[in-house]
Design a protein around this ligand. Structure first.
Ligand SMILES: N[C@@H](CCC(=O)N[C@@H](CS)C(=O)NCC(=O)O)C(=O)O
Length: 118
């Protein structure tokens, strides 16, 4: 079962690499503004999780440089459980001033990113 899961993960990553979506183009100034905004975002994820791949593709489409956090690492996983409420990925950590929101569900995350940056 572990091997099948691993193989499926590799297949997803390979297909994702071959059919990578086109990155949106911005002027240098526009991209710098977006990069500044995305500094307050982090995506907790697993590399080969299909839902995470879906979100990373949306990030690429919108040329969003969002920090990826490996939720397989014990300390990151603990942070996700304690602060986000559950160990489920993808999860977008959104920092707005003193307020931190942990957004689960790939479709909600993509809708949020599209709405904010598309
Ligand atoms: N409906 C969720 C599904 C996410 C999901 O099932 N993620 C898996 C990894 S591929 C997970 O975190 N499983 C751990 C768990 O459910 O406890 C989404 O679209 O984000």
């Amino acid at each position: 079962m572990k091997i099948i899961r691993w193989l499926l993960g590799r297949l997803i990553l390979t297909l994702n690499f071959i059919f990578a979506p086109k990155k949106r183009k911005r002027t240098l100034e526009q991209q710098q503004t977006v990069d500044q905004e995305t500094q307050s975002l982090q995506l907790y994820q697993f590399q080969a999780c299909p839902f995470c791949v879906k979100v990373r593709r949306a990030m690429r489409r919108n040329a969003l440089n969002i920090q990826l956090v490996d939720a397989k690492q014990t300390d990151n996983q603990q942070q996700l459980a304690e602060q986000g409420g559950k160990v489920k990925v993808p999860c977008l950590r959104i920092e707005e001033g003193n307020k931190v929101t942990w957004m689960y569900e790939s479709s909600d995350i993509i809708a949020y990113l599209d709405n904010r940056f598309a």
